[in-house]
Design a protein around this ligand. Structure first.
Ligand SMILES: Nc1nc2c(ncn2[C@@H]2O[C@H](COP(=O)(O)OP(=O)(O)OP(=O)(O)O)[C@@H](O)[C@H]2O)c(=O)[nH]1
Ligand SMILES: [Zn+2]
Length: 344
């Protein structure tokens, strides 16, 4: 695969560097070079510096899985060895099946483009999972509905997507059309970083090609690097940072087969604001809105002001989140596992 090249004009700001990162550099670290992680493979990590792409050496105690595409690191310019990673302003991660350690998807992203198509791929429950992750990660979600050119009823997909979360931006587009880049320009300004997520085949690679800046050498290879996973299946495991039109950066992620949630309590409250707002009116503080007397949420369903499908999907995600969230994650984790009932 052709190595990715940094955007031009090459500067730290063009790579997304900002005051929040600058402030983390201590006086005895000024000789180190800030670089942004561009690719993370099983045994290899590369980064962009203003002067080009660099293959990094990791310190003895570090593993490639400690790094996410989009991370900022301070690097010894003599040896290309990572000295340390800077604190992230946002981190998108997901729980993988059979393991407690979450997988890092992308770091320091401003906007999450959640890509789906105006066809059978459109699935409110799956979109809500992505929205919960985006909210929790500290990024702004935007839903992109591709293949609008092949759909008779693109407008209905648009309105169903917009109903998933208050204030949610939804863009309907043809990923192959250059006009798509214009529609997405508000999130692709210089120094801004977006990440694209969504199922396989929805058009993420196509869209990235349409968005790609002319000088991004990584624009063409839509297949990515394929590696065998533990079960012998071929999966796209590469993620990479690309320069896009308008001066921003985009992180490509491979299609995800499963998407489990953990540690997304606050993300769920943002996503299901209409339920979160009613909860304080329930008789029991830890009401599950299922069968309890005096439940304001059930009352809203009965009155026809709350979609019962939303409540059903909230319950499923909330239960999964409680099961998957470790106890020792601070006040929120402790609160969610509380078993005893408290009358107000
Ligand atoms: N007509 C039309 N075709 C599209 C659109 N978006 C994607 N396609 C086509 O759909 C197919 C799949 O698109 P990809 O870009 O490979 O999908 P992907 O999301 O990158 O898939 P993975 O790499 O497996 O994660 C390709 O044949 C695209 O040309 C669109 O908006 N309109
Ligand atoms: Zn209730």
């Amino acid at each position: 695969m052709t190595e990715t090249r940094p955007p031009s004009p090459n500067s730290l700001a063009a790579l997304g560097w900002s005051k929040g990162f600058e402030d983390q550099v201590t006086p005895d670290e000024t000789a180190l070079a800030p670089m942004r992680i561009a690719t993370v493979h099983r045994s290899r990590v590369t980064a962009f510096s203003p002067s080009g792409a660099v293959k990094l050496n990791l310190p003895a105690h570090a593993s490639t899985t400690d790094f996410a595409v989009g991370d900022w690191v301070l690097v010894d310019p003599e040896t290309d060895t990572v000295s340390r990673r800077l604190e992230r302003k946002s981190l998108l991660r997901r729980r993988t099946e059979g393991t407690r350690a979450p997988q890092l998807i992308a770091a320091n992203i401003d906007t999450l483009f959640i890509v789906t198509s105006c066809n059978a791929d459109f699935n409110p429950a799956r979109l809500e999972r992505y929205l919960a992750l985006a909210n929790e990660a500290g990024t702004t979600p935007v839903i992109l509905l591709t293949k609008a050119d092949m759909a008779k009823d693109a407008a209905s997909y648009q309105s169903r997507a917009a109903a998933l979360q208050r204030g949610l931006a939804v863009v309907t587009l043809n990923a192959k059309d250059p006009e798509a880049a214009t529609a997405l320009a508000p999130w692709c300004a210089p120094g801004q970083t977006v990440a694209l997520v969504g199922s396989s085949g929805v058009g993420k690679s196509t869209l990235l090609n349409t968005l790609a800046a002319k000088d991004d050498a990584a624009a063409q290879p839509t297949s990515g690097i394929r590696e065998d996973d533990a079960k012998g299946r071929h999966t796209t495991t590469s993620r990479s940072l690309h320069a896009v039109k308008g001066g921003g950066l985009a992180i490509d992620t491979p299609g995800m087969r499963s998407l489990h949630v953990s540690d997304v309590g606050a993300g769920l409250d943002t996503l299901f604001a209409e339920i979160a707002e009613l909860a304080p009116e329930c008789r029991f503080r830890d009401c599950t809105h299922a069968h309890e007397p005096g439940c304001a949420v059930q009352a809203a369903v009965a009155a026809g002001t709350l979609d019962p499908g939303r409540l059903e999907r909230w319950r499923k995600l909330d239960t999964e989140n409680r099961v998957n969230t470790p106890v020792a994650t601070g006040p929120r984790g402790n609160k969610t596992i509380k078993k005893t009932r408290h009358k107000r």
